[in-house]
Design a protein. Structure first.
Length: 265
């Protein structure tokens, strides 16, 4: 088992080292996040002053929600599966398919290495953000369930990106499709605004979409909108989307790997 996993551990370690090389970019990302936290605090404070608050989400919880969402984005916006598109353009995907490794698992381990570095950035980013905002701290049990929901959401996000990039096997370019999905995900995942703001039937609909499993479920658990009595069903819905996307990704990858078209020369 250890021998089988050794190459993927090496891939993850290499990705971590590669990302850590760009120190200025790392510092810039922390500064950008702190600035966005300050802007969001000012924005939500002004909006709540105009009585736009949803039921069950007071201002301090909203600021906590927005800040934690920003910290989550440090990790969830890492997309190692974009390598699929790049390797197809370069023609190196054919070589990868001949190697004695699981290519999808390679993409996952590469992303995991990048994610490890970005996870470390959460600590200094959080310390800087605490100078600007007050973040609610949940109970240990709530925080543990939040972490579980976050891990499942990470998996859903990975397979969603994987499926989008696999389109390149047929189209050679996925930018337009990914842009549409990214816009939909940003709006409907709860990253920018809580899904509680969507009214009536629209609100019920967006909660059933897979995007909600990425940001909304972990965040609503964190701020207490999803109570302990609903933790199990919320995680179960996330797991359902994870299994469905994983199964779909497996089918698409088998079809794609049998149809390699190399662009360029």
């Amino acid at each position: 088992m250890e021998a089988a996993l050794a190459p993927y551990v090496a891939f993850a370690t290499k990705a971590f080292a590669r990302e850590a090389t760009y120190r200025i970019e790392v510092l810039t990302e922390i500064g950008s996040l702190v600035l966005r936290v300050y802007i969001l605090r000012s924005l939500w404070t002004a909006l709540y002053a105009q009585n736009v608050a949803p039921v069950g989400l007071p201002l301090h919880s909203m600021i906590t929600y927005a800040t934690v969402a920003m910290l989550m984005s440090l990790i969830l916006e890492v997309d190692a599966t974009r390598l699929i598109r790049e390797k197809l353009r370069e023609g190196t995907i054919a070589t990868d398919l001949m190697k004695p490794i699981s290519v999808p698992f390679y993409f996952f381990s590469d992303g995991l290495g990048q994610t490890a570095l970005h996870a470390l950035l959460v600590v200094p980013s959080l310390l800087c953000a605490l100078l600007l905002v007050r973040i609610d701290v949940p109970s240990p049990a709530t925080f543990a369930v939040f972490l579980l929901a976050f891990v499942v959401g990470y998996g859903v996000n990975f397979f969603l990106n994987f499926l989008m990039n696999c389109i390149a096997f047929w189209t050679l370019e996925t930018f337009a499709a990914q842009l549409i999905v990214r816009w939909a995900s940003d709006l409907l995942s709860g990253q920018i605004i809580p899904l509680l703001f969507f009214p009536g039937i629209v609100g019920r609909l967006v909660f059933t979409l897979p995007f909600a499993a990425i940001y909304s479920t972990p965040l609503l658990i964190y701020v207490g909108v999803i109570p302990p009595a609903r933790w199990a069903i919320s995680i179960a819905v996330q797991m359902l989307w994870l299994v469905l996307f994983a199964a779909l990704a497996s089918v698409v990858w088998r079809a794609a790997s049998n149809r390699v078209v190399i662009q360029g020369g």
